[in-house]
Design a protein around this ligand. Structure first.
Ligand code: 4AD
Ligand code: MG
Length: 477
């Protein structure tokens, strides 16, 4: 007898009577009904125990969280909410779970509490659904690129460059942290380090991905990314995953088209393939909405939001047009925003981004042509001399989900920009080589994977969409 998954049994794709199954007990009711889950689906299978013919000692050990091995018969269920159930012939307790101390009780736990038990939280319906969707989204991402002729490139995790020029890096060193060797003028002597120079964890694989785009044409990275920014928000992590496609001979307009078609494909993929988990999360959110006052309730359900993204064009507008809208929306500088933009050139705050997406356009928005001074050094300068071919994609409930640009392909312009920002040419000689030998227009973007998972699952805190969140003051695992 082959061991089956709960998912296979519930979908009844197989006509079998005898079953053999392993999983964890979610609940045990009336000394008779086990709700069993094995991670293969959001749904539990009901296993009916013949309590009169089962030893008392075994019945006592069927507790929430216990791992069990059940052999029995699959029959049509007369109970509500399920088509089939298992009549248990034999149950073996593989691993006990002390009901007095097991943290995951069969009741609603707060997400804060579950975050402290990140090693056990995927035993709940919500977190198992989120993590299955995370896995499906990751598969869909590879699938999109594979279908569209992209190569998957692995860029370095330990690197000597600061791709974003924002100085938010975690230092990596093999030197004795307590007693590092010093140079004559008292600085840490990194020439004695394993790498012979200062290194850090990558903040983006973009610059290295560019080198591959300039030979393989269409490439993407998908890897862990690190930012030592001390932002304790619901949208920032110190360790997150980023997807970064990079394409030769593609300009900013092509980049926007790529990002939009890519996002639509992956959202459609989960709508088509992961409906049970999505329906569960959809219902969870609808129940949560009911506890809010009418005015604060979301106009669309999770499923409606996902469908909306796949079916509607994203609104595209320039930074300058966006500033105009924001100015017009705050007549007499009324207190609509905490921070009022009245000068061209200031960066948008998340309240402005959310206003544009959630109140004004009610649609995903692609903002492009940002002022050069608020964007990274590698972006293509426009003919006006003051804006760059940058693009940010803003999503409802999330804000910035994608950041990207057409890259500066002209050697002289790039050198000037680096000089103005005090970026030494020696540090990026290989990056400059790309402009020296066979340079061409090229573009790419970075999608924050956890922000995508947030959008796709309706979870409101980024810490709840990554298995082990790394945030300031948190390194439990
Ligand atoms: O806008 P960012 O900083 O862009 C880059 O790193 C470019 N090199 C990407 C490229 O063009 N290849 O980051 C890209 C995305 C953001 O839009 C956001 O979704 C996500 O990465 N992100 C974060 N996600 C979680 N926690 C953080 N601290 C994040 N910082 C950025
Ligand atoms: Mg950005």
């Amino acid at each position: 007898m082959q061991t089956r998954t709960v998912s296979e049994l519930l979908s009844q794709k197989i006509a079998i009577a005898e079953v053999d199954i392993k999983g964890w007990v979610r609940t045990f009711r009336a000394n008779r009904f086990i709700a069993l889950n094995d991670g293969s689906t959001i749904n539990n299978i009901q296993c009916v125990v013949d309590f009169e013919n089962t030893e008392e000692i075994i019945l006592k050990r069927i507790t929430t969280g216990a791992a069990v091995h059940i052999k029995g018969e699959l029959v049509e269920s007369l109970g509500k909410g399920q088509n089939v159930e298992i009549i248990v012939k034999n149950i073996e307790i593989l691993g006990d779970s002390d009901p007095e101390t097991y943290p995951i009780q069969p009741k609603k736990h707060s997400f804060e509490f579950l975050r402290e038990n990140a090693h056990l939280r995927t035993r709940t319906s919500t977190f198992s659904a989120v993590m299955r969707l995370r896995s499906a989204l990751s598969f869909a991402i590879h699938s999109y690129f594979n279908e569209n002729g992209f190569y998957y490139v692995n860029t370095p995790i330990i690197t000597g460059s600061d791709a974003e020029g924002a100085g938010e890096m975690f230092r990596v060193s093999s030197l004795d942290a307590k007693k590092p060797p010093l140079t004559k003028d008292g600085q840490i002597d990194y020439s004695q380090d394993f790498f012979g120079k200062e290194t850090n964890l990558t903040v983006s694989g973009q610059l290295e991905a560019e080198t591959y785009a300039m030979s393989l044409g269409k490439v993407y990275t998908f890897g862990p990314t690190f930012r030592a920014e001390n932002s304790n928000t619901s949208r920032h992590l110190a360790e997150f995953w980023m997807i970064e496609p990079e394409v030769a001979f593609m300009d900013l307009a092509g980049n926007m088209d790529l990002a939009e078609s890519f996002l639509k494909y992956i959202i459609k993929y989960i709508l088509d393939n992961n409906r049970e988990d999505l329906d569960f999360l959809n219902q969870r959110l609808l129940d949560e909405e009911k506890t809010k006052p009418q005015a604060e309730r979301s106009e669309m359900s999770l499923i409606e939001k996902l469908n909306f993204v796949t079916e509607n064009n994203f609104t595209r507008l320039s930074y300058t047009e966006a500033i105009g809208i924001l100015r017009d929306s705050t007549p007499n500088k009324k207190k609509k925003f905490k921070y009022i933009i009245d000068e061209w050139g200031t960066d948008l705050q998340s309240e402005h981004e959310r206003f544009l997406v959630e109140k004004h356009f009610k649609c995903p928005v692609i903002l492009y042509d940002y002022p050069a001074n608020i964007k990274a050094f590698y972006m293509r300068l426009n003919e006006d001399g003051k804006t760059v071919r940058a693009m940010d994609i803003l999503f409802p409930g999330i804000g910035e989900i994608v950041g990207g640009a057409q890259r500066e392909e002209r050697l002289d312009v790039l050198k000037k920009k680096m000089a103005a920002l005090n970026i030494p040419e020696e540090d990026l000689w290989w990056y400059l080589d790309l402009r020296k030998y066979g340079t061409a227009v090229h573009s790419g973007f970075g999608l924050g994977f956890e922000r995508l998972v947030m959008f796709a699952t309706g979870m409101s805190n980024i810490r709840d969409v990554i298995p082990f969140p790394r945030t300031p003051q948190n390194a439990e695992f």
